[in-house]
Design a protein around this ligand. Sequence first.
Ligand SMILES: NC(=O)c1ccc[n+]([C@@H]2O[C@H](COP(=O)([O-])OP(=O)(O)OC[C@H]3O[C@@H](n4cnc5c(N)ncnc54)[C@H](OP(=O)(O)O)[C@@H]3O)[C@@H](O)[C@H]2O)c1
Length: 222
Amino acid sequence: MTTVGFIGSGNIGGTVARLAVNAGHRVVLSNSRGPDPLADLVAELGPRSSASTSVEAAVAGDIVIVSVPLQAFPDLPAAHLAGKTVIDTCNYSPERDGHITELDDNTLTSSQLLARHLPGAAVVKAFNNIFWKHLLSLARRPGAADHTYLPIAADSTAAIAATTEFIESVGYSVVAAGSLADSWRQATGTPVWGTPYGPYSNTMGISADEEVIRAALGSATR
Ligand SMILES: NC(=O)c1ccc[n+]([C@@H]2O[C@H](COP(=O)([O-])OP(=O)(O)OC[C@H]3O[C@@H](n4cnc5c(N)ncnc54)[C@H](OP(=O)(O)O)[C@@H]3O)[C@@H](O)[C@H]2O)c1
């Protein structure tokens, strides 16, 4: 059993937490407003879940999932995340996040920007390219014929191994998509972002195998 800390427990963080609890992991949830607004989610997820501050979630997590709007990056408890595997689900949305020059001019990927805010953490880009309803519905048991693949990108081989083990435990398989610098290939608007798993209107989603995800990553341009 892994303890997974969550900084951001909304649509995508809450969904990963649900999959993690279903897989037997313990989850420690946090948000921007303190534990009280998370009481209903904790009640639903049961005794393997709890709500805390983001510092407590960072400290508790063997793995920590950061699932917030990018404006929250400066508020993250960086000192408590040093040395941890940090899974970054976040996407850059200028309409929501405001314009960030280094992302607009492709100097950095959004995961490199996160890594810059979290010195000493091993950041892994994952879960950013799938709609939360599809993430919930496409999880499968190991060996299922219609297993779905997710791209992951990171600079640390140890963090890639830990994240792969976690993702496989919650019902998905992974395609290694390179380094954090390469993670633009799975960023907002790329072929692997959303499309392989079907339209939002089909809330059950469509399973996407390894070949589909590799081809989508390979066809990305910028
Ligand atoms: N929605 C999707 O299907 C989807 C899919 C893939 C990736 N993403 C990306 O994943 C990230 C989260 O998306 P979402 O849809 O889950 O958003 P969301 O439902 O709005 O949830 C955002 C979460 O972040 C928390 N938060 C905001 N500022 C924070 C701070 N300073 N410290 C700690 N927690 C903070 C919020 O807490 P409060 O509620 O207390 O403010 C909330 O729990 C975004 O970058 C998004 O682009 C979303």
